[in-house]
Design a protein around this ligand. Structure first.
Ligand code: ADP
Length: 323
């Protein structure tokens, strides 16, 4: 995950990425990275405090339940092998492949509209992401649906590298799409995202959460409690489904039948979300007060990651006859 937007994670990151990781940490050897270099592809010119942002992401990882004794939790920039492998992969990756990546095209067009320059790093983003994955000779990458195209290009780069050096150095990584394949909506009805200012953060207070939920987009024609609502198009109802799977159907039916108002639904939803986030926030407060503990987790994670990364790089340098 990238520590963009101050590094704090939101409910979409939690359900779409973090929880699926936590569910797997007992059964897999897992590397959970904070992609600080990656976030520079879009924020390099903004002079943000990346070190602090990475720390916030680490706190969210730990607070939600990632266990540093079960998986490696580390910062990309603590493992220089990512940069070395990125360089070597960039020598064998055709530019045409990168120019065809849909997210690159979108971002490029957006940047050009704003009359600024497209960086070399932005084009190379999938190469760095490939290095991130195959540096650990990973077999699987748990990602949201939006990432499937990027994993496909990683498979192609890994395959091309293996063919060029005539050795099976890298397995072709497989995208494991989370069971939660849906998208958590933000308060305005678009995808919840750091860039849209529509997110509820794990670090928000219960009050902030209630306030945000109160602003959520609902059924525009439901003015009075007795007006019928359309749960399928209502942010409060969609979030209720995510956070109250056992009872949401009753709430939906009452909403549809005009037996409850949006105010009541929002009040209940905020309480449910706050109850869910309570243990995460409690751990967050502890970790915020103990920076050395967070640093020590990142150091331990970097050591674990570097050990695996340096083994791979020995194979890669040999295969490329650099050593
Ligand atoms: P953001 O859009 O807030 O910048 P990222 O693109 O950094 O989020 O996403 C980090 C991870 O969180 C990815 O695995 C992505 O699939 C997941 N994710 C982000 N937003 C959502 C959402 N609204 N619903 C589900 N998963 C999400």
């Amino acid at each position: 995950m990238q520590p963009t937007g101050g590094g704090r994670l939101h409910l979409g990151n939690l359900e779409g990425a973090l929880r699926p990781w936590i569910q797997r940490q007992d059964d897999y050897e897992m590397f959970c990275m904070i992609a600080d270099w990656h976030s520079l592809t879009t924020i390099a010119e903004k002079r943000v405090n990346l070190a602090e942002a990475s720390r916030q992401t680490a706190i969210d990882y730990l607070s939600a339940g990632l266990d540093p004794d079960k998986c490696a939790i580390f910062r990309q920039s603590d493992v220089p092998e990512h940069a070395e492998l990125h360089l070597l992969l960039s020598m064998v990756t055709p530019v045409g492949w990168l120019e065809r990546v849909p997210t690159y095209k979108e971002k490029r067009d957006l940047i050009k509209e704003n009359d600024t320059q497209v960086s070399y790093g932005l084009l190379g983003y999938p190469v760095l992401q490939t290095a991130d994955i195959i540096l650990y000779r990973a077999h699987a990458v748990p990602v949201g649906r939006d990432q499937a195209a990027h994993i496909e290009i990683s498979r192609e780069i890994a395959r091309r590298f293996n063919r060029l050096v005539e050795a099976e150095i890298f397995p072709e990584p497989e995208a494991v799409i989370n069971e939660f394949s849906g998208e958590v909506p933000g308060m305005d009805g678009r995808k919840m995202s750091k860039s849209y200012d529509n997110a509820i953060y794990l670090s928000d207070t219960p009050k902030q959460t209630q306030k945000k939920v109160n602003s959520a987009f609902t059924t525009p024609t439901k003015i009075h409690a007795t007006d019928p609502g359309i749960p399928e198009g209502c942010v409060a109802c969609q979030l209720r489904r995510v956070y109250d799977p056992a009872h949401f159907l009753t709430q939906w039916e009452e909403c549809r039948a005009g037996q409850r108002g949006c105010g009541q639904s929002k009040k209940e939803l905020a309480e449910i979300i706050n109850t869910t986030l309570e243990p995460i926030r409690a751990r967050r407060a502890q970790l915020e007060a103990d920076p050395p503990a967070v640093e020590s987790v990142l150091r331990q994670g970097a050591e674990k990651a570097r050990a695996a990364a340096s083994e791979t790089m020995t194979l890669v340098r040999r295969a490329m006859q650099i050593r």
